[in-house]
Design a protein around this ligand. Sequence first.
Ligand SMILES: Cc1cc2nc3c(=O)[nH]c(=O)nc-3n(C[C@H](O)[C@H](O)[C@H](O)COP(=O)(O)O)c2cc1C
Length: 284
Amino acid sequence: MSASTTTVGLAGLTLAGPVLVAAGCGGTGRELAPYLPGGDLGALGAFVTRSVTLNPRPGDHPPRVLETPSGMLHATGQPSAGLEPFLAGELPWLARSGTRVVVSIGGATLGEHAEVARRLGRAPGLAAIEVAVGGEPFHAAALVGAVARDLPRGIPVLAKLRPALGRVAEPARAVLDAGAGAVVVGGALPAALPDGRDAGLSGPAIRPVALRCVTEVRAALPDAEIVGCGGIATAADARSFLDAGAIAVQVGTALLHDPTTIARLASELATMAGEPAPRTEETP
Ligand SMILES: Cc1cc2nc3c(=O)[nH]c(=O)nc-3n(C[C@H](O)[C@H](O)[C@H](O)COP(=O)(O)O)c2cc1C
C-alpha cells in the first residue's frame, strides 16, 4: 500500500491517512504487517497498541472472544506483559516500522495511568497516548488530566469514550477541556458473555450506535477532533463516519476476521476521495 496522498492532521500529528488500527486488534504489529502490501505498517494512519499496563496482568480466563450474530464479544481482561517488556521490545519495533505509534494504556488507578504515561513519554517512537475513559465526566477528565500532566509537548492524549447514546457529548467536552487532543468515539458496547462475565460487543452490530455517537459529539462540539470507531469494515462504512464529522477512523474486529481489510479499506477510501488508487500487491 503506497502512502495516501491525503495526509490527515489529528491532535497536532500528521498521519499518513485517515485509517487507524484499533487498540488490541493488530497484535503487536508484527502479526499484521505481512497482510499489508510491502509489509509496510507506515502507510497506515496510525497503529494503536493493545492496552499496556504498568505491571504484568494475566488477563481473563477463556473463552476470551466469542462470535455473535453480526458481532464479537471479548472479555480479555487486558492481558499485559507490563510496561518494561513493551518499552524494550514492542515499542522500538513499531517505531522502526515507520508507523505512527499510539500506545493505549490501562491501569487500575489514576496514579498507575499517570506513571505509565510519564515513562512512555520519555521513550523514543511514541506519537500519542490513547486512554479509555468511562464513568462520570469528572472522572474521565481527572484521568485525562493525570495522563497528560507529565507528557512532553507534542505527545497528545486521545481519549476513548464509551458509546453511550445521549451521554457521550458531555464526557467528550470534559476530556477535551482536561487536555485531550482528540476523542475516539465508539468503542465496544458493554455486554456479557453467556457465562455472565462482563464483555465488550464489537463488530458490525455496533456500527450504527457508534455512528450516532459521532453525530452527537459533532453536533455538540463543532471544533472537536473526532476519531470514529465501531464496526467499520468497508470503505463505505468509513466514509459514513468521516461524513458525520470524524477526522479519522479505527478498524478493529474486521481485522480479526480478515487482516487484509485495512489495506483494502484505505485503498478504496483513497479512490473514493479521487486520489490515485494505491499500488496493490499480492499479500502472503
Ligand atoms: C479482541 C479485542 C481486543 C481488544 N483490546 C482492546 C484493548 O486492549 N484496549 C482498548 O482500548 N480496546 C480494545 N478493544 C476494543 C477495540 O479497540 C475497539 O474499540 C472495539 O472493538 C470497537 O471497534 P470494532 O467494532 O471495529 O472492533 C479490543 C477489541 C477486541 C475485539
